[in-house]
Design a protein around this ligand. Structure first.
Ligand SMILES: Cc1ncc(C[n+]2csc(CCOP(=O)(O)OP(=O)(O)O)c2C)c(N)n1
Length: 379
């Protein structure tokens, strides 16, 4: 059998350049496709939240290395995509994340300790999705796109989209990775969102890799261009440029809320760390590629801009460093203080009335747990 032709890993051929409003040196520019007045954006706040999202990530990795977490999927390199998108949200808009959206969770006001429970094994959820309009993390690739479409359908049927009342109209923001585009569920979600003209924005962080599979082995066209096949707009932005991500998401959410239907945003970025703390990225990608992308650091370019504009005072930097230390301490103490779950909790909350077979399994499980650790097992 003939071997499939493999394209070079990193960039897909004939991809149009992503729209950029802030270049790697920190210079601002304009683009008529994405109008944005930077003077009306709180740039130091964006920098603050990107910095704190990175610190959250760094501390979680350290906690995993100390054996406090089983696993951690790092967001490093994707702070601009996540914080930019999050800043475009309205309070009522509902977010459907994957498992890497720690920066969005942070901006949504979630207690960062609650992000750790899933990866410490103390919970199968971790927070009330309605408290911050931020759904639970989804580890099944692509599944959240259908959840998002279902929620968007509910909004549509409740008359909470395209009503003309800005205090009522609501949209959904669904996050996905480039790998999720190869899932049937994602494609079903796109078909359904288009056919029903639903108020949903699909925000794809194209971080180039689905674990060890580069985007180029999954598709012959760029992510954003796929949208036209489903019948809605796609837009390609520099995912390391927080302003381009903010402007694109703001525009797409506005369109969704006002009855204009779905959009697919491709934020071109890079996962600087390994897929998770359990993965060795050196097995499938080169150090040069990672170094090249690391040089396009999303925090550095905003910092460079703020410094050149004289907007980063010593006081601001000192205060931010203190906030970072406080956050780190809160994560360390909070993680170690997470309560062990009740032994029956994995069996609960799936069915309103537990089926007999599951009840039997629960009984067996509780019996097993009550016997305590077996010889040689860790306590
Ligand atoms: C349905 C399903 N298939 C396979 C997996 C195993 N898996 C976990 S992460 C991953 C890659 C996902 O890549 P991408 O969507 O690009 O997101 P990223 O992790 O890069 O942010 C895969 C295949 C899974 N979790 N769910």
């Amino acid at each position: 059998m003939a071997h499939a032709v493999q394209l070079p890993p990193s960039e897909t051929p004939s991809a149009e350049p992503p729209i950029q409003l802030l270049d790697p040196a920190g210079n601002l520019s304009t683009d008529e496709r994405l109008p944005l007045d930077p003077a009306a954006v709180d740039l130091p706040a964006l920098y603050r939240d990107m910095t704190l999202a990175r610190r959250l990530d760094t501390e979680a990795i350290a906690l995993q290395r100390q054996g406090e977490l089983g696993l951690w999927p790092s967001l490093r390199g994707q702070e601009a995509a996540q914080v930019g998108a999050a800043y475009a949200l309205g309070g009522r808009d509902m977010v459907f994340p994957t498992y890497r959206e720690h920066g969005v969770a942070w901006c949504r006001g979630l207690d960062p300790v609650s992000l750790l429970g899933l990866f410490r094994g103390t919970t199968l959820g971790g927070w009330d999705p309605y408290a911050h309009h931020f759904n639970l993390y989804t580890l099944v690739i692509g599944a959240q796109t259908l959840h998002a479409v279902g929620y968007a359908m509910g909004l549509y049927r409740d008359g909470s989209t395209g009503s003309g009342d800005p205090d009522r109209d609501t949209a959904v923001l669904a996050f996905l990775g480039d790998g999720a585009l190869s899932e049937g569920e994602t494609n079903e979600a796109f078909v359904w969102a288009a056919a029903q003209n639903l108020p949903v924005v699909f925000f794809c962080q194209n971080n180039q890799w689905a674990i060890s599979a580069p985007y180029s082995v999954q598709s012959r066209i760029p992510v954003a261009r796929r949208a036209s096949g489903f019948g809605f707009p796609g837009i390609r932005v520099d995912g390391n440029d927080v302003l381009a991500c903010l402007a694109a998401t703001r525009q797409a959410l506005h369109q969704a809320r006002t009855g204009g239907g779905p959009t697919l945003i491709e934020a071109v970025t890079y996962r600087v760390n390994a897929h998770t703390t359990a993965d060795d990225a050196s097995r499938y990608r080169t150090a040069e590629e990672t170094e090249d992308w690391t040089a396009r650091d999303p925090l550095e370019r905003l910092r460079a801009h703020l410094e050149s504009a004289g907007a980063l005072t010593d006081e601001y930097v000192t205060d931010l460093e203190q906030r970072e230390r406080d956050l780190a301490e809160r994560l360390r103490a909070g993680c170690r203080g997470l309560a062990d779950p009740d032994a029956s909790s994995p069996f609960e909350h799936t069915y309103a009335r537990m089926p007999a077979d599951l009840r039997r399994q629960l009984r067996e499980h509780l019996e097993f747990v009550s016997t305590g650790p077996q010889d040689g097992e860790r306590t």
